[in-house]
Design a protein around this ligand. Structure first.
Ligand code: UD1
Length: 424
């Protein structure tokens, strides 16, 4: 297995460019399944394990993909299988994204129940509810979701989401674009990843109103076409890199971003005492000598993202005062706290809230990644800890951060990847 070995203490400085978003790449790639003719060319797709796992699943269904230099081409002309098997789906929960497009194009789909990141309960009931509202009959048999359009083709309908779900909104959108008639999505997720999917589907010929809002109206069309498309930047990677600068009392400029999409996170950096400025496509952050404790509550976009709260927790270990981290999306997403405390942080968990007492001197040791964002938080802590921090099970981090050690070393961090053997 791989581990990251970090010698903490270097202030980060310089320029770095954000990669393409993982979380928008996945539904965009899934949406190529909707088209039976032509070849898609998708730019700014990050070279990550999750992307390779997902294209592996599509290839299993019959697509032809090729991937190099962050450009993915996909032809879904020869897709015949509607069955997504357990062996591939278990590797990532986002595999559920094939359900909507398969059902829309072929009128049926069989998708194994997903696995994936292990924080808190992660149901898929809203995905299934959405497909039912569009006229699908759903049953769960031997670990598989079996979905069949009752009339042979999906029918438009009104889907009112009781809670905001990125994945279920994406799946509903991909199903509705080829359904007969009009579909309305109420309380839809408005995350930039969904906005990107709407832009992509519209470029393919879909009729969608309300892009970027929580109410979407989709007029089904008979067919869509393959197009060339450029993916959006990864706002979570961007926030993590800014946190790396802030935690090391550094100063960096991040290129290739849309600052508006980062506004809730940038606002918190400012409140914590960082000097944040931006132009059209870049953000510069200069960290103060002493950070101020700043509480955050993770909620759906445009609020502070749940995927940034673990990294924010690491940052707050270095801030003066007490800060509270609350997650209203995944209430139990605190696997990283015991590991941060092992590095010397003082964080209590009280009623689904992490209470961080700062500043604390951290000292390096071996720590274990438990999920994607938890690993990022441990890397941040390692950048400021005394001595050497070894972040084990880096495969979690590799699922979502492209060339992370290259990017951090380019900014002046002392970080390297090494092999190790884990004894279980
Ligand atoms: C996506 C992101 C993930 C991020 C999350 C929230 C991808 C690949 N992953 O995950 O990184 O943390 O959005 O921004 O894009 N829920 C249900 N029933 C469902 C579906 C969701 O109750 O059928 C609940 C979840 O348990 C959670 C909330 O809805 O409490 C939001 O989850 P959701 O937005 O669906 O997350 P994902 O799309 O899985």
């Amino acid at each position: 297995m791989d581990k990251l070995v970090i010698r903490g203490g270097n202030r980060l400085s310089g320029r770095v460019t954000a990669s393409g978003s993982k979380n928008s790449s996945l539904p965009v790639i899934a949406a190529t399944l909707l088209v039976g003719e032509g070849r898609f060319t998708l730019h700014r797709i990050p070279d990550l394990q999750d992307i390779r796992t997902f294209t592996g699943l599509l290839d299993h269904l019959g697509t032809e993909t090729s991937f190099s230099d962050n450009t993915l081409t996909v032809s879904a002309e020869n897709v015949e299988s509607i069955l997504a098997p357990y062996e591939l789906v278990k590797k990532m929960r986002a595999s559920i994204y094939v359900l909507g497009p398969l059902l829309a194009r072929f009128g049926e789909a069989r998708v194994s129940l997903p696995g994936g990141c292990a924080f808190g309960p992660r149901p898929i009931d809203l995905h299934l509810m959405a497909m039912e509202k569009l006229g699908a009959e759903i049953s769960i048999e031997t670990g598989f979701i079996r979905a069949k359009a009752k009339k042979g083709k999906l029918q438009g309908g009104c889907i009112d989401f009781p809670i905001s779900s990125v994945g279920a909104t994406g799946n509903a959108l991909m199903a509705a674009v080829l359904a007969e008639g009009t579909t309305t999505l109420v309380n839809a997720a408005a995350e930039p990843e969904i906005e990107t999917l709407c832009r992509f589907l519209s470029a393919m010929g879909a009729h969608i109103e309300g892009t970027g809002t929580t109410e979407l109206r989709i007029e089904g069309v008979d067919r869509l076409r393959a197009v060339e498309f450029t993916n959006v930047f990864d706002r979570i990677e961007a926030g993590t890199l800014l946190a790396a600068a802030a935690i090391t009392k550094g100063s960096i400029t991040l290129d290739g971003v849309e600052p508006l999409q980062l506004r809730s996170v940038l606002k918190k950096f400012s409140l914590a005492g960082c000097d944040v400025t931006h132009s059209d496509q870049s953000v510069t952050l200069e960290s103060p000598e002493t950070l101020r404790a700043t509480s955050v509550t993770a909620k759906p976009y445009p609020s502070f993202p749940t995927d940034m709260q673990a990294q924010w927790t690491a940052l707050m270990t270095q801030a003066e005062g007490v800060s509270r981290i609350t997650d209203k999306v995944y209430h139990e997403r605190f696997n990283h706290i015991p590991e941060l405390n092992r590095l010397g942080a003082h964080i209590d968990i009280l009623k689904n809230q992490a209470v961080v007492h700062g500043p604390r001197k951290l000292s390096g040791t071996k720590v274990m990644s438990t999920d994607l964002r938890a690993s990022a938080c441990l890397v941040l802590a390692g950048l400021v800890a005394d001595g050497v921090t070894e972040v084990l099970r880096v495969y979690h981090l590799d699922r979502g951060y492209e060339k992370i050690e290259e990017k951090l070393s380019g900014l002046g961090a002392e970080i390297s990847r090494e092999k190790y053997q884990e004894f279980i």
